[in-house]
Design a protein around this ligand. Structure first.
Ligand SMILES: [Zn+2]
Length: 317
């Protein structure tokens, strides 16, 4: 069942966080919907422009709609991740998305305000929620690659003006997380002092953390044991930091890298351990099961498990 992000964020603020998970394949969509319906946890399905190019936008939406029928207990919304103006407008026009991100964070402040405001006006005509970004995250994800020297923390002094002028509905902030598998190569973590200042300027307003993967050391070790070559300094956000961020107004945690590492681990082990096999459904099934188990744990961590009942009661659907 589709739910509006407005309802999701009103319900979760300060209590739990919504997992926003990037999907590229059928196996990932099965794993996510199975876990969401089993855990009774609401979630966001995220599609990046690269995913739309890879699988085709229509294919992903069709698979998500099918998953909604197969797993009728799943409560979710569809979100466009890291859209530029063109992507966001295309997603808005398609009527398939309840939420879009306009990422003009690499532009100067005034251009970011201008581009975001334009997308907000177009989206709000159709009651579509808009996530914007202020500050610049480092790291590599899909077609985005930002060197650490070019990254910039979100300035708490700018957030109130930005949200007030653009009328965006949620704000992705740069407070120490980054994209990819090498989040804290230089050792920092989430900057809670900045997050606290942002919350003070925007009380009750949903904050989004990109780069929320944990980059589990055991998974990385298993990949490398099966002939992988993930660098030893691969690291993610500590689970306790994610939990702590909920009290600071973080409502949405983006997860992509962890599900990719899981894919690499399952498939590398399959090729290493079963060189005589060549059927995609064998590792495919293992991946779906591992994905489901991974998401069940993630929903628990974000305190989202079991929240569907109260959410639906509150929104009177
Ligand atoms: Zn991101």
């Amino acid at each position: 069942m589709i739910i509006l992000p407005k309802n999701l964020f009103e319900d979760c603020y300060g209590r739990y966080a919504i997992a926003a998970v990037n999907v590229f394949t059928m196996e990932q969509i099965h794993g996510l919907f199975r876990a969401g319906s089993k855990a009774n946890a609401p979630f966001l399905v995220q599609i990046t422009p690269v995913a739309r190019n890879y699988a085709h936008a229509s294919m992903l939406i069709a698979m998500i709609k099918a998953a909604s029928k197969i797993y009728p207990k799943a409560v979710y919304a569809i979100h466009l991740d890291h859209g530029n103006e063109e992507h966001a407008l295309s997603a808005i026009a398609s009527n398939d998305y309840q939420s879009v991100m306009i990422d003009a964070s690499h532009e100067d402040y005034e251009t970011n305000v201008k581009k975001t405001s334009y997308i907000v006006r177009e989206a709000h005509r159709k009651n579509i929620f808009v996530e914007a970004e202020l500050g610049v995250l480092s790291g590599v994800e899909d077609e985005i690659s930002i060197a650490e020297k070019d990254a910039r923390y979100t300035s708490p002094q700018e957030v109130h003006d930005f949200v007030g002028r653009t009328k965006c509905n949620s704000l992705a902030v740069a407070v120490g997380t980054s994209h990819g598998a090498y989040k804290f190569s230089s050792g920092q973590g989430i900057q809670f002092n900045i997050l606290k200042e942002i919350q003070a300027k925007l009380p009750g307003f949903p904050i989004v953390l990109h780069g929320g993967s944990a980059v589990n050391k055991t998974e990385v070790a298993r990949i490398n044991k099966a002939n992988g070559a993930i660098r030893a300094d691969a690291s993610g956000v500590a689970p306790e930091e994610i939990v702590k961020s909920i009290a600071y107004g973080v409502c949405k945690i983006n997860i992509a890298t962890d599900t990719r590492l899981l894919w690499a681990r399952v498939h590398r082990e399959f090729f290493r351990d079963s060189p005589e096999l060549f059927d995609p459904i064998v590792p495919g099934n293992t991946y779906m099961e591992a994905y489901e188990a991974f998401m069940l744990k993630k929903f628990d961590l974000l305190k989202a498990t079991g929240k569907v009942a109260s959410l639906l009661k509150k929104t009177k659907l």
